[in-house]
Design a protein around this ligand. Structure first.
Ligand code: ASP
Length: 375
């Protein structure tokens, strides 16, 4: 079987398995025969409410030595609020996409994250933001890239999905659409924070002194935000929002707004990535994880770990991702010192973790206890 651990509702049978044809092909059962079988089993009449789940990230690339206690406290508080506000949507019976955009908008409004208000600076000293959303069942998607004045790019990405005939809008055109849609635009100075400005100055100095190398590149990717949610009807959604990378040039666009690279959802799997975007684009990382789940039937955690911790590092990249399947399983692989991450499910409690020695539901192995024996 394609799925383990949860009964198939009529809706799941209808939408699961990537396409109807795919389910039928995998099951090796003729459509008419399958319907008769389902009817006989009474499956079509079964309705199960799913326990909603929301998972968020605030970026990989966290470096322990760079984190003050005050910053850590502020980050944990913002992550908790994002989880609680997003989960309230799910508890109220709202669709997964509402939880995703609500949680991401909270993080976009907080200057501690590289998205919205706290976006990093380009080489030319601008803030240039990207965002995307996707709904799993319909494979509907919307994204924006290279916007400078949109207060919450995630809301614009959603408007592209819901109110335009297109999937991806960039730059001035995206902002003209935002205006038409009544999406809040702000003066570019809204995004100017001193911390990000200082990061650009440091990067410019390092650029001038030497060729960029892997450590330096990693340090430039930090704080992208994302969310994946499963609603009470069993539908999944994913979203990601970012300022990209410090010192980016020439209209560079990363993986976050590229459907399949940094953001993807289908009926069984939803993913939001964070890391060195060029590698996520080249591995089509989010889609790759979901295809391992949907087509190969791999468990979510294995699929996510293979892409994030094997394929991407083997090419020279790094980062992390959050992933959620339609059974409510969570994966949070990363290969940096830490990844801001949080989850909330049946217990209704917001859980937040940052470093790699903190436990999370993806069974990310805790750090080995330090040896007490003498050498
Ligand atoms: N993936 C983002 C990008 O490359 C950066 C990040 O995740 O922090 O634009």
């Amino acid at each position: 079987m394609l799925y383990e651990g949860r009964s198939h509702t009529a809706e799941h049978v209808k939408t699961a398995g990537y396409t109807h044809g795919h389910v039928l092909e995998r099951c090796q059962v003729k459509p008419s025969r399958m319907l008769v079988t389902l009817a006989t089993l009474g499956v079509a009449a079964m309705v199960h409410a799913t326990s909603p789940v929301l998972v968020i990230h605030g970026g990989a690339g966290v470096i322990k030595r760079d984190m003050s206690a005050a910053k850590e406290k502020a980050v944990r508080a913002a992550m908790t609020k994002a989880l609680q506000d997003g989960y309230a949507q799910l508890k109220a019976g709202k669709p997964a996409i509402d939880a995703v955009t609500t949680a991401i908008a909270v993080l976009e409004d907080d200057p501690n994250f590289n998205a919205g208000r706290g976006s990093v600076f380009t080489h030319d000293g601008k803030n240039e933001m990207d965002a995307a959303v996707m709904e799993g069942d319909s494979l509907s998607a919307g994204s924006v890239a290279g916007v400078h004045r949109v207060k919450n790019p995630i809301l614009l990405a959603r408007a592209v999905m819901e109110h335009s005939p297109h999937v991806m809008l960039v730059g001035d055109g995206a902002e003209a659409f935002a205006k038409e849609q009544g999406i809040a635009l702000v003066d570019p100075s809204y995004f100017r924070t001193d911390e990000r400005w200082q990061q650009l100055q440091k990067a410019l100095k390092e650029d001038a002194g030497k060729q960029p190398h892997a450590d330096l590149e990693t340090a430039k990717h930090f704080g992208t935000v994302g969310a994946v949610a499963l609603d009470s009807e069993g539908h999944l959604a994913a979203g990601t929002s970012t300022g990209g990378m410090t010192d980016k040039r020439w209209g560079r666009v990363g993986d976050s707004p590229i459907i399949g690279a940094g953001t993807y959802a289908n009926a069984q799997c939803a993913v939001s990535g964070t890391g060195w975007g060029e590698y996520y684009i080249r591995t089509v990382a989010a889609h790759e994880i979901c295809m391992k789940v949907s087509l190969l039937g791999e468990p979510l955690q294995r699929a996510a770990a293979e892409v994030i911790n094997q394929e991407i590092p083997s090419m020279g990249g790094n980062g992390g991702a959050i992933a959620l399947d339609s059974n409510g399983n969570i994966a949070m692989p990363f290969n940096t010192d830490g990844m801001y991450r949080g989850w909330i499910g049946a217990d209704g409690v917001a859980h937040v973790a940052i470093y790699d020695d903190e436990q999370d539901p993806s069974n990310h192995p805790p750090a080995a206890p330090s040896s007490t024996s003498s050498p």
